[in-house]
Design a binder for this molecule. Structure first.
Ligand code: NDP
Length: 500
């Protein structure tokens, strides 16, 4: 099978039916309830990755802007309008946020699809999850309770769960509205205020969301947004002494840097980082289901997913049949216009990302891997990359060990369950895994043995709507998002002892 060469059916940006918010002009940041440009007046461009044409620009915020945002957030944190708000009312405001997200889900999903290239089907799904996550956390302000502890006669002791203060939230371009809610919702539910720093190439949906939040009962300054570069605005937020916690989603390399930088002020840090997740297919699996899940695992969002199942392990006895079926299924994942109904894979998000994925294909060839299908550009404009499968790979190859973050899977075989476990765990990462089998014993043994924060059995990438913890083992992260575990990372515990 060779790389498809047809041109994706993408109209130029001017002719596409896209929200005015993304089209052109300059959007503004939000600090203290007001829309502001960067102090420097500088801006950053945005590009439509499907057409390579310019979109609206965003302010290039730097340390001075971050400082203003942190001060606004700090003032809002101690303002009685937020600090003394009743838990019921805080819960109602979180439900209001869920309502505005639901009402504007189409627009926000389209903004993300145009800004970073994820298919509309996927961004719509992320927005549906987003409102559910806010609804889930809307129930928590009234339930955040400490405990009363026996302290002996004439004494009383109890604990209180209190907010941390100002939380800095930094996250990736590969799912702006997918990653933000599981940080923002618990941060607000616990009574914190926030400064958001979205990814420089995909900030538009966050700026629009901030505009929508201004129409809710959220007091001014509780949510602030500073756009800008990671090395400028991001770093300034991480270093700022007025910030109590950083919640970060991004690459493992940047996550380590963030943790090191946060040490000076001893901030709390939670990290959702990269992965090189395995899909393990046993001979007894329902192959119709497995083949689709495996393909979606490494091709969904053009492989730009932290949970991308980019290492495929197939039981030796079914290798030939499985690869044949997989190649056929991959044809349905041919890239197309992210805004077209039914498109499963859009372009890569930026030119830098396109060049990075292309360079991994050079590395694969140099290392001796075989390109079974795909392997390069798809079409003649836009950052589209052909769905790619590599075999003849060895465990020490860079394409097997490193996160490529593109529509590239590597496939190899295993002999038995112990071999499958050993190969699946042979990675520095540990974010997720999927296992395809109809044998209950195999399923549970694999679930227990795999070193990953999430194990999916006979399904893939089903994310929670707030009630399940998500996070990484090994170098895939620190802490958990979702559920009570996620909420607790936005609180601190105070002990109170009283002499009666
Ligand atoms: P990066 O680590 O490059 O960037 C993530 C965010 O950090 C961006 O907002 C970025 O800003 C900012 N940043 C960059 N440098 C610094 C710095 N020195 N200090 C503070 N902030 C900084 O990751 P990508 O954007 O490339 O995202 C892809 C990665 O995210 C992949 O590794 C993927 O696996 C991971 N990911 C993890 C998820 C999870 O939940 N575990 C979910 C989704 C993705 P800027 O935009 O300017 O670069």
């Amino acid at each position: 099978m060779t790389a498809p060469v047809s041109v994706p059916p993408v109209a130029d940006t001017a002719r596409r039916d896209i929200p005015a918010f993304v089209r052109d002009g300059e959007r503004m940041m939000w600090i203290g309830g007001r829309q502001v440009a960067a102090v420097s007046g500088r801006t950053l461009p945005n590009t439509d990755p499907a057409t390579e044409e310019a979109l609206a620009s965003v302010p290039r915020g730097e340390a001075a802007d971050v400082d203003a945002a942190v001060h606004a957030a700090r003032a809002a944190f101690t303002d009685p309008a937020w600090a003394e708000m009743s838990p019921d009312r805080r819960g109602r405001i979180l439900n209001q946020i869920a309502d505005v997200i639901e009402e504007h889900a189409d627009e926000l999903a389209t903004i993300d699809s145009v800004n970073m290239g994820a298919p509309r089907m996927l961004t719509a799904h992320m927005l549906a999850e987003a409102s559910e996550i806010f609804r889930y956390y809307a129930g928590w302000p009234t339930k955040l309770s400490g405990v009363s502890v026996p302290a002996g006669k004439d004494r009383m002791a109890y604990t209180r769960k209190e907010p941390l203060g100002v939380v800095g939230i930094i996250w990736g371009w590969n799912g702006p509205m997918g990653q933000l809610p599981s940080k923002l919702a618990p941060a607000l539910a616990a009574g914190n205020t926030v400064v958001l720093k979205p990814a420089e190439t995909a900030s538009l949906s966050t700026l629009r969301l901030a505009e929508l939040l201004a129409g809710t009962d959220l007091p001014a300054g509780v949510v602030n947004v500073v756009t800008g570069l990671g090395a400028e605005a991001g770093q300034a937020l991480v270093a700022h002494p007025g910030v109590a916690k950083i919640a970060f989603t991004g690459s493992t390399a940047t996550g380590k840097l963030v943790q090191r930088q946060a040490t000076d002020t001893l901030k709390r840090v939670t990290l959702e980082l990269g992965g090189k997740s395995p899909s393990v297919v046993f001979a007894d699996a329902d192959l119709d289901v497995a083949v689709r899940g495996v393909a979606a695992g490494f091709l969904g969002n053009a492989g730009q997913a932290c949970v991308a199942a980019s290492r495929v392990f197939v039981e030796e006895s079914i290798r030939e049949e499985f690869v044949e079926r997989l190649l056929k299924t991959m044809e349905a994942f041919a890239p197309g216009d992210p805004l077209t109904q039914g498109t499963l894979v859009g372009p890569l998000s930026t030119k830098a990302q396109f060049d990075r994925v292309s360079s991994y294909l050079d590395i694969a060839r140099e290392e001796g891997a075989n390109v079974v299908t795909g392997g390069g550009r798809f079409g003649d404009h836009g950052y589209f990359f052909a769905p790619t499968l590599l075999d003849d790979v060895r465990p020490d190859m860079r394409v097997v060990r490193e996160e490529i973050f593109g529509p590239v899977g590597v496939i190899t075989t295993f002999t038995d369950i112990d071999d499958a476990i050993a190969q699946a765990n042979d990675t520095d990462y540990g974010l997720a895994a999927s296992v395809w089998t109809t044998n209950l014993t195999t399923a549970h043994r694999m679930a227990a043995a795999i070193e990953a924060g999430t194990v999916w059995i006979n399904t893939w990438a089903e994310m929670s709507t707030g009630n399940l913890p998500f996070g990484g083992y090994k170098q895939s992260g620190l802490g958990r998002e979702g559920g009570l575990e996620g909420l607790d990372t936005y609180t601190q515990v105070k002990t109170v002892r009283i002499a009666l």
